[in-house]
Design a protein around this ligand. Structure first.
Ligand SMILES: Nc1ncnc2c1ncn2[C@@H]1O[C@H](COP(=O)(O)OP(=O)(O)O)[C@@H](O)[C@H]1O
Ligand SMILES: [Mg+2]
Length: 345
């Protein structure tokens, strides 16, 4: 049975009582004209308050009982409102019969039905008010969810741009001490690369704030992928081959950014986890902007079951990005035989 919330019932009753004064005033005006005596005013207000309160509470209680026997009616919010008509008619008829027994039966019935209609209107008002409240609540909920989603997206962007670069910087720093003593030339080169990475991170950070695309994308999509691969070749001594087919201009900006980020994450995973020597980055774009991106390494591979137990942002973010484009990521990894990340978009 619908829980009886006494507090809500009384508060609805009070609202109903106030509206009851309105109904009562209309009745007075129709039946005896503008109330001139103080007594009439007291009667108008008292009658309105009482009947409004009683009607609202009565309707609610009858609604609860009926919904108990016919639970299907719970979903039908207008039901309570239509119920108001018979309940009010009967209630008014009883009151008229009790206090105004000299009024003929037909008139009593007409007044009661009129009161029923007025009460139904009040009921409709309540439904409208409730729906408005519900709508406001839903809007607030939606706003809260949108904020959460945005935070999630920013976390992913930070992972994909800034933390990837910070990871590269820390790798460089690890070899510094050794290089400085053993190979001053390589040391200088490493310092230069570090500077570039720091500048790039700063730019990425700035762009993230302004919601722009990765800085290298300004040159064109394939060129951006090529220079990304070049970076990994130089920094991590990976042998990376690239092969791009199809017109890059068929891809929308958002798709380009997502695919760039996916490639970046896949290459970072290769550096971080794969211990690979050879990497292939291949891409084919169809005339409708659909296509396939593939990043394959010959590294140590991994067990997907094991990795799904870890809390990692990389692969998850990759999948989310691609599913936002209505695409799909397939990760194929065999221990000892390498990993292939395939993106269908
Ligand atoms: N190319 C790869 N070669 C070997 N292992 C990989 C490769 N890509 C991903 N992994 C494994 O999958 C896990 C999850 O990757 P990811 O979600 O990117 O998180 P993270 O790189 O932060 O650890 C990694 O910890 C690693 O064990
Ligand atoms: Mg990763």
């Amino acid at each position: 049975m619908k829980r009886l919330d006494v507090h809500a019932l009384v508060s609805d009753g009070v609202k109903g009582a106030l509206i009851g004064i309105g109904i009562s005033a209309v009745f007075m005006l129709i039946s005896i004209g503008f109330p001139t005596s103080v007594l009439n005013w007291i009667f108008l207000i008292g009658f309105g308050l009482g009947i409004g309160f009683l009607l609202t509470v009565g309707n609610e209680l009858v609604g609860i009982v009926i919904q108990y026997f016919f639970p299907v009616l719970k979903k039908w919010r207008l039901f309570n409102c239509f119920l108001t008509f018979p309940v009010s008619t009967v209630l008014f008829y009883l009151i008229f019969s009790l206090f105004y027994c000299w009024i003929p039966f037909r008139e009593r019935l007409t007044y009661s039905m009129g009161a029923g209609i007025a009460s139904t209107m009040v009921g409709l008002f309540f439904i409208y008010a409730q729906e408005k409240e519900e709508r406001i609540r839903l809007e607030q909920e939606n706003r809260r969810l949108a904020v959460l989603e945005e935070r999630h997206r920013i976390a992913r962007e930070l992972h994909d741009s800034v933390s990837q670069n910070l990871f590269g910087i820390s790798l460089h720093l690890n070899t510094f001490e050794y290089l400085r003593k053993q190979n001053p030339e390589a040391f200088r080169k490493s310092v230069r690369q570090l500077r570039e990475m720091v500048t790039e991170t700063q730019v990425e950070m700035g762009l993230l704030v302004y919601e722009l695309r990765p800085v290298v994308m300004e040159k064109g999509f394939y060129e951006a992928l090529e220079s990304l691969s070049g970076l990994y070749r130089a920094r991590y001594r990976l042998s990376i081959t690239t092969c791009f087919k199809g017109n890059e201009e068929n891809l929308k900006g958002g798709v380009q950014t997502a695919l760039y980020r996916v490639t970046q994450e896949a290459l970072n995973n290769i550096v971080k986890h794969a211990k690979a020597r050879f990497v292939q980055v291949e891409m084919e774009i169809g005339p409708q902007g659909n296509g396939i991106l593939l990043i394959r390494d010959d590294g140590q591979g991994f067990d997907k079951e094991e990795s799904s137990r870890k809390i990692c942002y990389g692969l998850r973010g990759m999948k989310e990005r691609v599913s936002e484009l209505n695409g799909e990521v397939k990760i194929n990894s065999v221990k000892g035989k390498g990993t292939t990340v395939t993106v269908f978009f």
